[in-house]
Design a protein around this ligand. Sequence first.
Ligand SMILES: Nc1ncnc2c1ncn2[C@@H]1O[C@H](COP(=O)(O)OP(=O)(O)OP(=O)(O)O)[C@@H](O)[C@H]1O
Length: 291
Amino acid sequence: MREPAIEVNGLRKVYGDTVAVDGLDLTVARGEIFALLGPNGAGKTTTVEILEGYRRRDGGDVTVLGVDPAVVHSRGARTDVSARRWRERVGIVLQGTGEFDELTVGEVVNHFARFYPDPDDPASVIDRVGLGAKAKARTHTLSGGQKRRLDVALGIIGRPELLFLDEPTTGFDPEARREFWALIRDLAGGGTTIVLTTHYLEEAETLADRVGVIAAGRLIAVDSPRQLGNRDSALATVSWRTGEGVWEHEQSATPTVLVAELAERFGGEVPGLTVTRPTLEDIYLTMIGAA
Ligand SMILES: Nc1ncnc2c1ncn2[C@@H]1O[C@H](COP(=O)(O)OP(=O)(O)OP(=O)(O)O)[C@@H](O)[C@H]1O
């Protein structure tokens, strides 16, 4: 089997009296899109920053692209060739870096491209993040969502093998969010491993191969969005309108049987028929509530 992109065992991080990460285990496969969900303060950013090599851990084992990020970050590593190589292979999109004074979008992306041995084409990256029309605009004139797109451009200009995205679409309008999702799928299709944190359940559902739910510093569940918390086998709610126009709702483990009965009862079309299962958000909120 191919070595995973990320392997974490028993990760622990403490700030004073606060246990931010409390024995977290996680494996992310190469080429996977993995979404980390969890309430404010659950430990997502701390975990991701440890994986990126920006934060030191207090316990546990961490391997990212075959390397311990703590070693990359240790003293002397700044000039170390292997540490530099590792950094070039990891793309990071932080929450809001996009202020570069009087520089234009094109200048900033071109400037960052020079840090990498085999960068992508700056003009094409600017187009792909939807900033083509803003290439000559000074970055301080960009809107919030456009600055976020610039952050994404800087995260991918080095053609990373692994890309970390911390709440990437906060402040995006719905169309921009969909364009961004297409970009992420495109990157994953090209083999890039993607780890993102998000508070948008729809984003996790649309993008992620697997989601991990963090609560109080622990990973309490990992599964595909369809199967998380046995969602696929949860009771379905069947709703329909009676002949008198009254809405009926019934929970059922065998909704197909119920719908067949209803069809027979109504002699064809069942008025207002819907069959729904719990959404990812329903499942997530139940999990977080229980934790
Ligand atoms: N530098 C720090 N010093 C002290 N405590 C910190 C520090 N950074 C984070 N914490 C604490 O660690 C816990 C986890 O924080 P973290 O930022 O990892 O959560 P998160 O899941 O990313 O939250 P959010 O969804 O709000 O971004 C919180 O209780 C937070 O207050």
